[in-house]
Design a protein around this ligand. Sequence first.
Ligand SMILES: Cc1ncc(COP(=O)(O)O)c(C=O)c1O
Length: 435
Amino acid sequence: MGKGDDLIARRAAITPRGIPMVTSATVASAHGATLVDLDGRELLDFASGIGVMNVGHCQPSVIEAIREQATKCLHVGIHVATYEPYIALCEKLAELLPHGDQTKVMLVNSGAEAVENAVKIARQATNRPAVICYTEGFHGRTLMAMSLTSKYGYKIGCGPYAPEVYRLPFPNHYRYGDGMSEAAFVERELGRFSDSLVNSVAAEQVAAVLLEPVQGEGGFIPVPPAYLRGLRKLCDEHGILMILDEVQSGFCRTGEWGAFQRYDVVPDISTWAKAMGGGLPIGAVVGKADVMDGARPGTIGGTYGGNPVACAASLETIRLMEELQLGPRATVIGQRITDRLLALQKRFPSWVGDVRGLGAMVGVELIESGDLHKPATELTADILQGCASRGLVILGAGIYGNVIRFLTPLVITDEQLDHGLDILTEEFVKAVERR
Ligand SMILES: Cc1ncc(COP(=O)(O)O)c(C=O)c1O
């Protein structure tokens, strides 16, 4: 038994089984797009700690920023005293992610916490209770976030869930398109949204509609641009706030700071976490100033939100993203991955159902016998297992676990990327040939 196996056995003995363990990899250290496991084996990281390490593992300048801040002040709490890194980070986020004429920002510790606060702010700003969300959506594991999350596997037995949550089918043209053109499909789905304001919940009761511009856990599904634009109009007509959850799609992943900038649609509120901290836990709620100020003093915040060390890490992470031009790089990475996946689709059209994404947030959905209603869940697991055995850390997604998602660090070299894609292609071919 290696050191890695030993650690996994200790994990099984001491941690509850409810915490997901989606790969059997262990890690002792990491740099760039490389992980080194407990037995000294180098692994190639196509997961980035679930979309966190966009700037790569252990960037020296991020470590230095952390070290420097840690020597000055580890914690004081923004309720207690005002410190520069918190304010500087809020100012930077407002500059990069403007929400209309005046933007305000609050800092939190995680994606779920950002979602919780976004909903609290929207409710207070509108004086309305309800939130509309979507199937296949994932928003985190706290009570409100979990209530807004779709897939039962993430929440079974954890109810009762928060009330006043209404759910519509996500406008996934591939899955729900019924052979319609995207334009006709979008029209139908926007009609469904309008109908829901008549037969599910009155518009005057709806504080906000919440969605991921590119669904993450749901299977890397970009919302059709015309749908988001149409939804924006409907929100304005009905006084409903639009909350975009950019926790997974944010910070250069889709080619811009936020996916909303790729759509040219401005949300009223947006939620951020993951990549913004460069590995430290930090998140943000960004929104139009008048909406953000709808929250009464004392109703939002927390002891640790915007911890000074996490703020320093985030500021340096963002500076590095600018210096390394990771937005444009994401577009190049995404194209390189997409080209390879489309070649696989051409070769195995009955197994490769859909190749899709935005920037470097790319997913491939695997199906059986060319039937999109037959998810190839086992094949996907087989391929992921094959990749893991060859040192490629890569994750699945999708409600049926039949999507392979690409979340490489955006500092990955072309050579590393091609090497990982070679492994994936070979394992895909082997797994298909076994059937
Ligand atoms: C879109 C989205 N929202 C919210 C969350 C929850 O974030 P966290 O795990 O930091 O609470 C996630 C996590 O994967 C996510 O992908």
